[in-house]
Design a protein around this ligand. Structure first.
Ligand SMILES: [Zn+2]
Length: 192
């Protein structure tokens, strides 16, 4: 009986722990941390204050709510007219106050695009993870592919650097020897 109780208690505690921090951003953070990726949060000096910044990978991650950021929402607009919803696969835009929501989503989409442009211009890569990609059914594959992408990019960076270095012809043995002897510190030391 006592064992049952403690098992039950443990289960309750675990459930509490898991339910408390299921905000999409925290799911991503916890995963990255557990895999050894180190990051900064909401970097104030970067456009859009990215949710997660991985300097070593030159990558900013945004974890976006599907509704506010208009995931798979296509709007069309004729001049000054209100934008109309052509397509919204991921979220329902309320019928009530529809103009208000449509305008808001349109503004957010425009701002997101601008932020991604600015970051790209500054040499940052950006990854957007959508809330719907983090539902329990899709979470694991989303996070695994995130880790895969980050590692792949890191390896590419290393190989690019390596390639750049080999573009410069290495000094010939004679040149290397000449610079060795021309080094005044070397001469001083050998004279001592
Ligand atoms: Zn979505």
């Amino acid at each position: 009986m006592a064992d049952n109780h403690s098992a039950q208690q443990r289960h309750t505690n675990m459930a509490a722990i898991h339910s408390k921090d299921t905000k999409p951003e925290l799911v991503v953070r916890r995963f990255l941390w557990s895999r050894g990726f180190r990051y900064r949060l909401n970097h104030p000096r970067l456009p859009g204050r990215p949710d997660i910044v991985l300097r070593k990978y030159k990558t900013c991650i945004f974890v976006n709510g599907c509704f506010w950021h208009g995931h798979k929402v296509h709007l069309s607009q004729d001049g000054e007219q209100m934008p109309t919803v052509e397509y919204s696969a991921c979220c329902k835009i309320p019928k009530t106050n529809r103009d208000f929501w449509t305008k808001k989503i349109q503004r957010n989409q425009a701002r997101d695009r601008e932020v991604l442009h600015k970051l790209a211009f500054m040499g940052w890569r950006t990854i957007t993870i959508w809330e719907c990609e983090l539902t329990p059914a899709r979470r694991e594959s989303t996070l695994e592919s995130l880790a895969y992408t980050l590692n792949k990019m890191f390896l590419q960076d290393i190989s690019t650097t390596h390639y750049d270095m080999t573009e410069e012809a290495p000094p010939t043995a004679a040149e290397a020897a000449a610079s060795y002897h021309a080094d005044p510190h070397r001469t001083e030391h050998s004279a001592e």
